[in-house]
Write a protein that binds this ligand. Structure first.
Ligand code: CA
Length: 362
């Protein structure tokens, strides 16, 4: 009976499987009262990949719970501003949030390790560190101070270096450059003589077009094409040394989470894991196609950063990232965990992913 039930669930896919395995609490099912949550996000409503990733999470929670739970998604500025998401979830204005942890470096410098570190971990390695390398435990400890539970909810993969209206031939070309680039990448740009600006996604295109900023990075071809950034800058540099595999975050208000019956708690966290994989898969697929569109239809000037520029940026990055460790004992703990994991990942991936990609290319 059990076996037949499981096979049936497998036939209808992951959603069906999880729903079949998690039995609803009797009291909850009988009361029939729907639990309604709000999810605030740092993205414009329905923004391709990121906003739709938040929608996917909400929809998955609704489906896995068999409709017992409903999560309504709010785009940036609909309920709170994009950079007020952290506080809104911490306070309980919304029960959930979707963003990226580097936006909250003002709350704690260690936040940045849970989004992206320049020359740090790629998507596969981030997930490995978070789930099996102690990363998520550290993140949970950190957000616990703010009455929140964190979860990885999406990853962009390696991002693009960004949109420029002038060539970057040496590190000196970054001097005086006003660029939208968040997090630690922004700090690296500052050390190279540039001016980093942290703008929410929805304000990037107009700022670049008006000349309020000289250059910008955003995500990758699919997201950048959606904003039309190619209409405001000519040169598209790669790779995104500053964001090699940015983790998007789900934030859950801890009080709201505790009020859920145990099975719904599991459903929320499982939905986060499903959404985490889904975004990376979708963006990888769509980036392939969007890059072709940008290059062939829009005649974008696609260029690699010169090796010498990347080498200098890496030197600065190593200093900037190490400085975070010096700010407080907790940041030091996260830095050490991250760095130890990165060293191991570098060695393993030299003989696996990197060796394979080299072999495939030749
Ligand atoms: Ca970015």
């Amino acid at each position: 009976m059990k076996r037949r039930g499981l096979l049936k669930a497998l036939a209808v896919g992951t959603a069906g499987l999880a729903a079949a395995m998690v039995r609803p609490h009797r009291g909850e099912a009988e009361s029939g009262k729907k639990i309604r949550w709000k999810m605030v996000t740092t993205w414009p409503q329905n923004f391709p990949g990121l906003g739709t990733g938040a929608n996917f999470l909400a929809k998955t929670i609704g489906e896995l719970s068999g409709g017992r739970m409903e999560v309504k998604v709010f785009g940036a500025n609909e309920l709170v501003g994009p950079f007020e998401v952290f506080d809104a979830v911490s306070r309980g204005t919304a029960q959930m949030g979707h963003g990226a942890a580097y936006y909250w470096k003002g709350k704690d410098p260690a936040c940045q390790f849970f989004a992206a570190v320049p020359f740090g971990l790629n998507a596969q390695e981030m997930n490995a560190w978070l789930y099996y390398g102690g990363g998520l435990d550290l993140w949970t400890e950190l957000y616990g101070r703010f009455n929140m539970i964190p979860a990885a909810v999406g990853n962009t993969g390696v991002q693009m270096g960004g949109w420029f209206n002038k060539e970057i031939n040496s590190i000196n070309d970054l001097n005086g450059l006003k660029m939208r680039i968040p997090g630690l990448g922004g700090e690296v740009l500052k050390r190279a003589g540039g001016t980093p600006v942290n703008l929410p996604g929805g304000e990037i295109f107009s700022s670049l077009q008006s000349g309020a900023i000289d250059a910008t990075e955003w995500v990758g071809p699919y997201n950048d094409l959606a904003f039309g950034l190619h209409k405001a800058a000519k040169i598209y540099y790669y790779p995104g040394w500053h964001e090699p595999g940015t983790t998007m975050e789900g934030m859950i208000n801890r009080d709201a989470f505790k009020e859920l019956p145990e099975d719904l708690q599991k459903i929320v966290l499982t939905a986060c894991r499903v959404a985490n994989l889904d975004m990376l898969s979708e963006l990888t697929a769509r980036n392939n196609a969007a890059l072709a569109t940008l290059v062939h239809e829009h005649k974008v000037d696609l260029r690699p950063f010169p090796q010498e520029v990347l080498k200098k940026l890496k030197e600065i990055s190593d200093v900037v990232v190490a400085e975070i460790a010096g700010q407080d004992p907790f940041s030091k703990k996260v830095y050490e965990s991250f760095n130890t994991f990165r060293d191991q990942a570098i060695h393993w991936h030299e003989v696996s992913e990197q060796a394979y990609l080299n072999a495939r290319k030749s």
